[in-house]
Design a protein around this ligand. Structure first.
Ligand code: IDP
Ligand code: MG
Length: 133
């Protein structure tokens, strides 16, 4: 039996109109929602959240996008939550993502890719603390 973990999931501004289907999909995959909130990230909070990417050429595009409208932030739990959710989400670029993944279904570009999922247990802990502690 695998270990219970928590991970952070975000429905990005481009996918907010699909929030209901996305949340249903995540629950159907066996995740439980511990906490959930809808909020607007201002530029400062979005920059802080993605600070790890501040040297990347797409950083300002990403910060603009993430502060362009409401997001829904979810604290999720499941066995093997971090890597399992990354599989459900799919690759960064929706055009490379496997059929059935959330980014394939709801993403429209490498920046506007519908959802965020923590990429490691350590980052999941940090990201959960960023929004919920
Ligand atoms: P990930 O979300 O799949 O972990 P990262 O490389 O950590 O991908 O990038 C964080 C976010 O930055 C992506 O989800 C996407 O929204 C955006 N992004 C990544 N690469 C590009 C790019 O080349 N152009 C524009 N935006 C990008
Ligand atoms: Mg990442």
């Amino acid at each position: 039996m695998q270990e219970m973990e928590e991970t952070l999931f975000i429905i990005k501004p481009d996918a907010i109109s699909h929030a209901e289907s996305i949340i249903k999909r995540v629950e159907d995959e066996g995740f439980e929602i511990i906490e959930k909130k809808r909020l607007n990230l201002d530029r400062k909070r979005a920059s802080e959240f993605y600070a790890i990417h501040k040297e990347k050429p797409f950083y300002s595009e990403l910060v603009n996008f993430m502060s362009s409208g409401p997001v829904i932030v979810l604290r999720l739990t499941r066995e093997d939550a971090v890597s399992y959710l990354r599989k459900v989400v799919g690759t960064t670029n929706p055009s490379d993502a496997a059929p059935g993944t959330l980014r394939k279904e709801f993403g429209s570009g490498v920046c506007t890719n519908a959802v965020h999922a923590s990429d490691s247990k350590a980052n999941a802990d940090k990201e959960i603390a960023f929004f919920f502690k």
